[in-house]
Design a protein around this ligand. Sequence first.
Ligand code: AMP
Ligand code: ZN
Length: 470
Amino acid sequence: MPQVRLYNTMTQSVELFAPADGRMVRMYTCGPTVYNPAHVGNFRTFLFEDLMRRVLRLAGWEVDQVMNLTDVDDKIIRRASEAGVTIGEITGPVTERFHADRRYLRIEDAERYPRATESIPEMIALVERLVARGVAYQADDGSVYFAIDKFPAYGKLSRLDKREIQSGARVAQDDYAKENAQDFALWKAAKPEDEASGAAWDSPWGRGRPGWHLECSAMAMRFLGETLDIHCGGIDLVFPHHEDEIAQSEAATGHEFSRFWCHGQFLLTDGAKMAKRVGNVATVADMREQGVSGAAFRHFTFSTHYRKQINLSPEALEASLEGVRRVGDFAERLEGATGGTPELAAAAADLEREAKAALFDDLNAPEAMGALFRFIRRANSELDRSGTDVAALERAREAFALVDGVLDIVPDRVEGDAELAAYVEGRLADRRAARARRDFATSDAIRDELTNRGIAIEDGPQGTRWKKLL
Ligand code: AMP
Ligand code: ZN
């Protein structure tokens, strides 16, 4: 077994990693809130997690990855009640869009994508355990809160002291039902708009709905057991989200919730974090519009280590398009070659050794990519010699496939059918979302956009069908 090292936010150091059972990595990755299409900042985090799972498999382990879909929260409920529909009508099409975008970026399927609304009994059971242990209480407003004073380890992940926690937590000033301003909601008493949009369930504390942090703890433990090997997310989830997940889970079970905590850094535009609030977001549909393939976007993200910030710029994307063009040309040449040289086999061995060393050293994708481009230069000059060593050629193909099996940056020669389908299905999901909120102007605009691109769509009883016009 190779030695894999990962940076663990909990210990703030790079540590040797292996799954607890020596065989299967239980990995929980916080997924999207499905009320709006995810932006490419979100996807940077999901690409870091895709890199993680591919590297762990390269190391010889199996991976059981769970990515939750947050399909009940304030923003979803607000949007549903504005449109007079249920939360499911909002989240259904956005979820489809998420998967289409994910496929465009070649992000492998996780083993499971549980929706929060399908684990309500597990969430209620977790709150019951916390109430029974005296670390949660129902307040006068009907909601149930976690009492952070009863959990002395609170703050261990983010290493915040009490004062910082107070100023960092999003605390509603008028929220005086809580015993302590920093206590966070496990279960929120239902409001009329929750009932109207189908976002309220029966519980021992009356009608209500789960808090966001509770959702992840309950789903992680339901599907992966009480101690995970790795828990991932973007760096902004460290506090309060992951801190609160630890508090709830460990206070309930009495043992460690996750052995490793791994966080990806932000994607920026013009130096500012990409965020809906800031209004500087770009989506996967925008990337495609600008001719940026899934392969090129992967090249762009993997050119920087996941623990460093990256800035999205037209120049960087242009460089990545050029980079994957070179990789694609080389892949074609390797496929068409009939023989190599002993030196080609040596270059392949170097590539494999260097790429593995880089990837197993805290997922150093930029270094692995550097090794790949060095190999391409060397291999190209060896292939110029028209050698006859078939075994050496095979060795080169193997090493190239091994590294590309992680990076996955060979572009499609012509725009692949899969890529087109992912795009059309994403736009059709947007159109369904627009119709669900009675936004017919947007829905018509999407139809026109597809028509202009030579895609005919037809609405029928089985849903919308599409075909490409020649
Ligand atoms: P959300 O749908 O807001 O819960 O976010 C989904 C994931 O995207 C979380 O893991 C966030 O940490 C991550 N994320 C949000 N904004 C960015 C960004 N600008 N760059 C990288 N990751 C981000
Ligand atoms: Zn989470």
